[in-house]
Design a protein around this ligand. Structure first.
Ligand SMILES: NC(=O)C1=CN([C@@H]2O[C@H](COP(=O)(O)OP(=O)(O)OC[C@H]3O[C@@H](n4cnc5c(N)ncnc54)[C@H](O)[C@@H]3O)[C@@H](O)[C@H]2O)[C@@H](O)CC1
Ligand SMILES: Nc1ncnc2c1ncn2[C@@H]1O[C@H](COP(=O)(O)OP(=O)(O)O)[C@@H](O)[C@H]1O
Ligand SMILES: [K+]
Length: 544
């Protein structure tokens, strides 16, 4: 499965490979700089032929070192190159200093100021090699202004294509957030460092994407990854496997899907499991019905919808293959779950917020605590614990997944949600991944935090990201009821007997992928009801 690293993991990996004598820092920097150029011309092939004009903005660290390599590479390709440097040559690392000197033998190095950077003709390409993964505080305003001064040069009217080296300067790659000043009046307009990420057309990073590249906050530009030769030492030798955040989908999604879910293997309806979905009362059953249909389409052998007595007639009029049973209280939930053939339970969508729902959740958690059966808690099942989340944490177990959106997450974990909003690591700001991992640890179960980037983490410290960005963008998935369908897909996958050996986080990750894939398959105009109906096509495309 593809790995997504933190900046500390990337540094650990670099150190280890260098210690092993496989590469030198200088060699890595050379490959990094040349790799940025290769990816740039792969993405914009016409530019390679035009031998035009580029500006490279170099910062005081090794990101700047990459910039000097890029300048030299462009010069050797016949480009006109202007280099601006923020910092002092004598303070550069040995590697960056050597790259600085190698460029100095070919062309001038201008001191970076908004005035100097704003002079001359607008270039075709602008490389942002000011700050990379070593950023620890908001970038100097002058650097941000210099970047925009190049883009907005008066002479010329073409849009400058902006390439970020490793990340847009000012972005914390562990969180995807841009580091901001305390004093907002000093950061607006062009001094707002977020505008650099907004203007970026392509980001080229090294070895593996970092967490921030997969979270929407960093910007909407594509991210290319360049191999710089760090695979000489296996990742496991540096970082324990559970410490690496995995990318969903992995490299071979179809094979992975079969392995994790066991779908496509033989069996009969009982081995495929029986999912129980609890729905709301009169007029509130739509969410539960959609979850139930998704569970059935995902391949659960049987699906039963549990509804209060007064809603039986309404639901009976809507259902055919899905069975119906009366569940009017927490006691009914406990009784229903005495039938151990019910192998997964999903509750929350349309259930209503309050003590009644809370009691049903606790009944489900008690019934599934020690027999391996899986439970999916979503929507109202989560909001019902807003004033006493610890009651839910106490009852949760490793076969539970909760699927909050950001609002529901904030109700259960207000302190963690608050920290996600702080974009200054020195004030203990957290990224979405770290916050989800802490939440899972607290819960003792799997947490699936929804959004454009869906983050998953479990109680053992495993984590994964499904990033619906760039070529996987599905903005039309933000439609009423889409979350109910996701909860149903998880219930369907976890009902299967063959899924019993797969970790909850892997099954939930597979569900997120299927959900987004169904939305991609349908396309714009999608409503939640369409999602389960697309699943057969998605399965067929996966070779089932
Ligand atoms: N051997 C390596 O370590 C490699 C590093 N590479 C590049 O090196 C980068 C990381 O280099 P560094 O660790 O030197 O860090 P950066 O170049 O990202 O920036 C940190 C430098 O800027 C200073 N600084 C940080 N925040 C600042 C601020 N707000 N205002 C002013 N100065 C600030 C720091 O003191 C340090 O000198 C990567 O992003 C990548 O581009 C690549 O060349 C691949 C190999
Ligand atoms: N812009 C988007 N791109 C990709 N996925 C999205 C987007 N907006 C929402 N989603 C997905 O749609 C689902 C919405 O769930 P949720 O917020 O619970 O909605 P509802 O309560 O209406 O069902 C989640 O799975 C979420 O990840
Ligand atoms: K950069």
């Amino acid at each position: 499965m593809g790995e997504i690293l933190t900046s500390a993991q990337m540094r650990a990996k670099e150190r280890r490979v260098m210690q092993a004598g496989e590469v030198t820092g200088l060699g890595l920097m050379e490959r990094a700089g040349q790799g940025v150029l290769d990816e740039t011309f792969r993405k914009f092939p016409d530019l390679d032929k035009c031998k035009a004009h580029a500006v490279v903005l170099c910062g005081p660290g090794n990101n700047g070192g990459d910039g000097f390599v890029i300048a030299r590479g462009l010069f050797e390709r016949g480009w006109k190159v202007e280099v601006f440097f923020w910092g002092k040559a004598e303070k550069l690392s040995d590697d960056a200093r050597q790259m600085h000197d190698a460029w100095a033998a070919l062309g001038p190095i201008h001191s970076m100021t908004p005035q100097s950077a704003g002079q001359g003709e607008r270039p075709t390409l602008l490389f942002d090699a000011m700050f990379g993964i070593g950023i620890s505080r908001p970038i100097p305003i002058e650097c941000a202004l210099s970047f925009h001064a190049v883009c907005d040069r008066a002479s010329g009217d073409k849009k400058v294509i902006c390439i970020a080296v490793d990340c847009p300067s000012g972005v914390d790659v562990d969180t995807g957030a841009t580091l901001l000043r305390d004093d907002p009046s000093r950061a607006n307009g062009d001094t707002d460092p977020r505008k650099i990420a907004e203007r970026t057309d392509l980001c080229v990073t090294f070895h593996a994407p970092k967490l921030g590249h997969c979270l929407a906050e960093l910007g909407r530009h594509p991210v290319a990854v360049v191999d710089i030769g760090l695979d000489a030492v296996p990742a496991d030798a540096v970082i324990p496997p559970d410490g690496v955040t995995r990318s969903i989908p992995p490299v071979a999604p179809e094979t992975w899907l079969k392995e994790v879910t066991g779908l496509g293997r033989g069996g009969h309806k009982y081995t495929r499991g029986h999912a129980l979905i609890l729905a709301g009362g009169v007029g509130k059953g739509g969410a539960g019905r959609m979850a139930a249909r998704a569970a059935l389409r995902t391949g659960a052998g049987l699906v039963t919808l549990g509804v209060p007595s007064e809603a039986l007639a309404e639901n009976a009029a809507h259902l055919n293959a899905i069975m119906l049973t009366e569940i009017s209280s927490a006691k009914d939930v406990s009784q229903a779950l005495e039938d151990t053939r019910l192998s997964s339970v999903c509750l929350g969508p349309g259930l209503g917020v309050g003590m009644e729902t809370r009691d049903r959740v606790l009944a489900v958690l008690r019934a599934t605590a020690s027999d391996g059966r899986r439970a999916v808690l979503d929507a109202d099942a989560l909001s019902s614990f807003a004033d006493a989340p610890e009651v839910m944490f106490e009852a949760c177990h490793e076969n539970v997944v909760i699927t909050p959106h950001e609002g529901e997450f904030a109700r259960l974990f207000p302190d963690l949600a608050e920290k996600v909003r702080i974009s200054d690591p020195s004030k203990q700001g957290l990224g979405k991944v770290e916050a989800t991992k802490l939440a899972a640890e607290r819960l003792g179960a799997t947490v699936l935090l929804k959004g454009e980037a869906t983050v998953l983490a479990d109680q053992r410290g495993a984590s994964a990201i499904h990033s619906a960005l760039h070529d996987r963008a599905v903005p039309w998935l933000g439609t009423a009821g889409a979350g109910d369908v996701l909860a149903g897909i998880i219930a369907g996958l976890t009902a299967h007997q063959v899924a019993a050996t797969s970790a909850m986080i892997d099954l939930a990750a597979a569900a997120v992928w299927l959900h987004a894939q169904a939305a991609r398959s349908f396309g714009p105009g999608l409503i939640a009801e369409d999602l389960p109906e697309q699943l057969p096509k998605v399965f067929r495309e996966c070779g089932f």
